[in-house]
Design a protein around this ligand. Structure first.
Ligand SMILES: C[S@@+](CC[C@H](N)C(=O)[O-])C[C@H]1O[C@@H](n2cnc3c(N)ncnc32)[C@H](O)[C@@H]1O
Length: 494
């Protein structure tokens, strides 16, 4: 599979001087011993902005090598062969390629120490052993080096040279013909070689348990099955790749998806902030990009607090809160989310601490939430816990805020029982914080200027932010103006 082309690629019979202008920035003079100029070029990094290379051979005088310059520009050492371009069905055998790699010969007993010192310059390729046997000397090993960093023995830095000296290893490099296969290319290298040149090959995905969740662009669609297969091949633990086929604008916020590769089974298990969640990804909402936000809200809670989670999904706010010894009321309209929420409460051993509902958010607020607040109104001031209401349905949650207007109308106003709301929203405005606050104020009919904060959760798309506006429901809103003034002024208003 691999072969050693020469013990010493730089025999001293001919000396060539290379004037190298790396990246067009500065000129450097490298002196390399070599008999065949072509050998040198296999070791020069084949970067997009290829260096301008001039050869100054002792016999030929000065000459430029335009054909070599072109090949340096056009092909990178570690890109798969051109034959794979346009492939729509993955043929792994077409990815074979042989490249020249600089190697350093060393006695086998010093190899471990040497490898520690040569971390900077050692070859790093998936599935490639960096230390191999020397076919010509059983007491030696060959250390594969990064051809982009190692042009010659001069490329070792001072510290590396001093270790070589200490271990009595010659810095002289040899060349090794290394055969690369599909397994040795990274997913991005595979896709860049396959997809039409010049087009974006972004191979990013969200990982949801065993599922790679892709969001392919139109130009990638002809290659969708190959892309899915590459994601499965190159990412340990991923056995299924799916592509989002529509925006999540349905009520339950789950994706329409097409399985590109691997198992159709979307029942999966994820870990987030040390909790385990199981669900059917094709039927419920789950976004791994929200883990920080779930953790942030959990941090704000104290043991004994009450949490109402109006749009709870499969439980990523509710379960950590219950584990923190909060009393939790969690609701979701989607029967599948409700089912998995119950399941996950059991799985994380908090089913005794979470009451689970399957209702519309508005009914949940006007029913169980209101009843619970009324119950707690009767408690003494010290026994009244802090109450939090989480509303993570960013496209719509703001529209539910009107429910708080006079939710406890007619009840004796209690300043100790004013829930803190964490309401999520999207904004495309130039001042997103101002925008979401203004929209929340319009729903509540009260100014939040002095009593709210807005947290930027994440950038969802260019010019689209997800935010969380947090505020304590003003007493005048929750209890109605008459009750509020009665409590405040001690006068009973009709
Ligand atoms: C964006 S997800 C958030 C889920 C979870 N809180 C999380 O952070 O992953 C919104 C959830 O609201 C639920 N939902 C949508 N409309 C609803 C409604 N009118 N009432 C209650 N839940 C609703 C969806 O089923 C979905 O699970």
């Amino acid at each position: 599979m691999t072969s050693l082309s020469s013990d010493d690629p730089f025999p001293s019979c001919t000396r060539a001087l290379i004037l190298w202008k790396p990246f067009g920035l500065s000129r450097r003079l490298l002196q390399v011993e070599c008999s065949e100029s072509i050998l040198l070029f296999t070791l020069v990094p084949r970067l997009r902005k290829a260096p301008t290379v001039f050869l100054l051979g002792q016999r030929q005088g000065f000459s430029t090598m335009p054909e070599i310059e072109a090949s340096l520009r056009d092909s990178e050492l570690f890109s798969p062969p051109p034959v794979v371009r346009g492939m729509t069905e993955l043929d792994r055998t077409a990815f074979k390629k042989t490249v020249s790699i600089p190697v350093l010969k060393a006695r086998k007993e010093v190899v471990n120490r040497l490898m520690r010192a040569l971390r900077r310059v050692a070859l790093q390729r998936p599935g490639i052993k960096r230390v191999i046997e020397d076919p010509k000397d059983e007491d030696s090993r060959l250390i594969m080096l990064d051809p982009y960093r190692m042009l010659s023995a001069d490329s070792f830095d001072k510290a590396e040279l001093s270790v070589l000296k200490e271990l009595d290893v010659s810095p002289q490099l040899s060349q090794y013909n290394l055969e690369l296969t599909y397994e040795n290319f990274k997913s991005e290298e595979v896709l860049r070689a396959v997809l039409p040149e010049g087009q974006d090959v972004t191979s990013g995905f969200s990982r949801v348990g065993h599922i790679a969740h892709l969001n392919l662009r139109d130009h990638q669609l002809p290659f969708k099955h190959l892309i899915g297969q590459v994601m499965v091949d190159k990412n340990p633990g991923i056995t299924s790749a799916v592509n989002k086929t529509s925006n999540i604008d349905n009520t339950y916020r789950n994706f329409q998806m097409e399985v590109l590769c691997g198992e159709e089974n979307m029942l999966t298990k994820v870990r987030e902030n040390n909790y385990t969640y199981e669900f059917d990804f094709s039927k419920v909402y789950w976004n791994p990009r929200l883990s920080t936000e779930h953790g942030r809200i959990t941090e704000l809670l104290n043991p004994g607090d009450v949490l109402f989670d109006v749009f709870a999904g499969v439980g990523p706010f509710a379960i950590p809160a219950a584990r923190k010894n909060c009393t939790v009321f969690a609701n979701d309209l989607n029967p599948e989310s409700h089912k998995w929420l119950l399941h996950n409460c059991k799985l994380n051993k908090v089913d005794q601490k979470v009451k689970v509902f399957n209702m519309d958010g508005k009914d949940f607020l006007q029913g169980p939430v209101r009843e619970e607040l009324m119950l707690r109104l009767g408690l003494s001031a010290e026994a009244k816990p802090s109450v939090h209401i989480v509303m993570n349905l960013p496209a719509k949650a703001i529209e539910f805020l009107g429910v708080f207007r006079s939710l406890l109308d007619g009840q004796p106003c209690s300043p100790e029982l004013l829930p803190t709301v964490h309401c999520y929203c999207f904004s495309k405005e130039s001042d997103p914080a101002k925008d979401v606050r203004r929209r929340a104020e319009a729903e509540l009919g009260v100014s939040l200027e002095a009593s709210s904060s807005v947290h930027l959760v994440r950038n969802v798309a260019p010019n689209k932010e997800m935010l969380c506006v947090t505020f304590q429901i003003p007493a005048a809103t929750l209890y109605g103006l008459r009750e509020f003034l009665t409590a405040k002024c001690g006068v009973c208003y009709p």
